[in-house]
Every structure is written in structure tokens, then in C-alpha cells.
Design a protein around this ligand. Structure first.
Ligand code: FE2
Ligand code: FE2
Length: 260
């Protein structure tokens, strides 16, 4: 399993990476891959030549929210995030495979990898329908930083990737869906609705394994999470938070809005 996940990270073509992530799940479910094994994943995943990767400050403005240019820029940015999410899911499988984790851990993250692959494919297809394609705009180069920052520690990885970054996605997606519907782009809105539901599940999986590891190590989850965020996350947690979605994912309000 670790070798199969590492091979997704090593796949440079974006559409092929998305397909490989979905196949990973099929191989795991049908029993073609049963051993976890250990294959060291690359420090940086292979990526296509395009999009050109730029520092966050050099990213162009997206254009007006409802305009076609603005919608294409938004869908492109989301496709780029999903491509990173495929790599992150495969990395959490491969990198920590030596830790003797229960097989339910691999069931969960293989499911996440597969869904991220589907999300990328849906967005890539939609971009083509709108006369664009993934790679046509620059991409944000800061997205792999969280993986590098937490590559040494699964607890830190869980604290930051699903429980800060993916949870942030839950906060901002409903407004994006509303704006797409307002602009009459129902197909794109429906793709984001699908992604939103799946992402609640990804945050829930992150929280489940974060709590599992805390229980194993005798740590208090809430304080541990807050300490890890302080140490490994450079930005600040930005309200407004989507309390409803976060609670559906099993993350209590007290985690991210501690009493002062
Ligand atoms: Fe996703
Ligand atoms: Fe996700």
C-alpha cells in the first residue's frame, strides 16, 4: 500500500494522478493490495510542467466573483488545491506506514485519496467545459509547506492538514456555492456541493485519527491540538467558522475558539 501511494506522488501528470488515486482505493478494496509495507515517499510530489508555480504574493487577482473569468480562476485554484490534496492523502498513507497503524487507518485515507482524485477530475472537466483547463493559470506554491512542516510527526500532520486546512475549506465553501448559484453556474455549484459533503468526511477522518493517537499517547486532544497549531501553523485561524460543518465532523467549537 505504501509503495502504491508513493507511486501516486511520483506521477507528474495531473489527470493521471487523479485516476491513480481513485485506482488505489479500488486495489485496496478488492484485495489486490493487502500488505502495508514501507516505501519512502518523495519530499516533493511530481507535478506537471504547468501550472507555473508562484509564491502566494505573486498570484494574480481572481477577477469579479460572478464573471466567467472569475469563476474559471476560482475553479482553477480549487483544482490546484485538490491536486495537492491527492498528494497529501497519499503522503499520509506512505510516510507513516511504518507506525503499525490499524488497517482502518488505511481504509480511511485511501477513501480520502480517492475522493480527492474525483474532486480534481470533476473540476478539471468543468474547466474544459468552460473553455479553459488545469494548467492555464498560475498555481499557489505554498500548499506543500504544511506537509514538509509536519513530515516528521503524524499527530502534527493530522492537527494541521485535515483539522486546520481542510476545516478552513468547510468555512469558505458555502459562500462560493452561493456565489456560483447567483451567477447561474449551477454545474460548478453542484460540483462544490459534492466536494463540501466529502470534505466534512475528511475532517471527520482527521479528527478520528487525531483522537486515536492522543488516546494512545495519553494526551488531552484539545490542548494538544492547540499546542500543535501554535507550533506548526504560521497563519492565524480566521473566523467566521462554519460551526455546523465542523461539529458534523466531530470538531467541538472549544477546539478553535478557546475561552480566553
Ligand atoms: Fe477535496
Ligand atoms: Fe479533502
Amino acid at each position: 500500500m505504501s509503495a502504491a501511494a508513493a507511486s501516486v506522488l511520483l506521477c507528474a501528470d495531473a489527470d493521471a494522478k487523479a485516476t491513480a488515486a481513485q485506482q488505489l482505493s479500488a486495489l485496496w478494496k478488492n484485495g489486490s493490495v493487502v500488505k502495508i509495507g514501507y516505501a519512502r515517499p518523495p519530499d516533493r510530489p511530481a507535478r506537471p510542467d504547468k501550472p507555473e508555480l508562484r509564491a502566494p504574493r505573486d498570484m494574480p487577482k481572481r477577477g469579479k466573483a460572478g464573471s466567467e473569468t472569475g469563476r474559471i480562476a476560482l475553479l482553477h485554484a480549487l483544482a490546484h488545491i485538490e491536486l495537492n490534496a491527492i498528494d497529501l492523502a497519499c503522503d499520509i498513507i506512505a510516510r507513516f506506514a511504518g507506525l503499525e497503524l490499524p488497517s482502518a487507518y488505511f481504509d480511511d485515507w485511501v477513501k480520502v485519496a480517492s475522493e480527492e482524485g474525483l474532486h480534481f477530475s470533476l473540476l478539471s472537466k468543468r474547466l474544459k467545459e468552460l473553455g479553459s483547463c488545469y494548467g492555464q493559470h498560475p498555481g499557489h506554491d505554498g500548499l506543500w509547506e504544511a506537509a514538509q512542516e509536519t513530515g516528521h510527526d503524524l499527530l502534527a500532520r493530522l492537527a494541521i492538514v485535515p483539522l486546520v486546512l481542510e476545516a478552513r475549506g468547510l468555512d469558505v465553501t458555502p459562500t462560493m456555492i452561493k456565489n456560483l448559484r447567483k451567477a447561474g453556474d449551477i454545474q460548478s455549484a453542484e460540483i462544490l456541493e459534492r466536494i463540501y459533503i466529502d470534505e466534512i468526511g475528511h475532517v471527520a477522518i482527521g479528527q478520528r485519527w487525531f483522537q486515536h493517537l492522543c488516546a494512545e499517547e495519553g494526551l488531552e486532544p484539545e490542548e494538544t491540538w492547540q499546542g500543535l497549531v501554535k507550533k506548526h501553523f504560521k497563519g492565524s485561524l480566521k473566523p467566521p467558522f462554519n460551526d455546523e460543518a465542523r461539529q458534523l465532523a466531530g470538531v467541538p467549537i472549544s477546539y478553535y475558539t478557546p475561552a480566553t
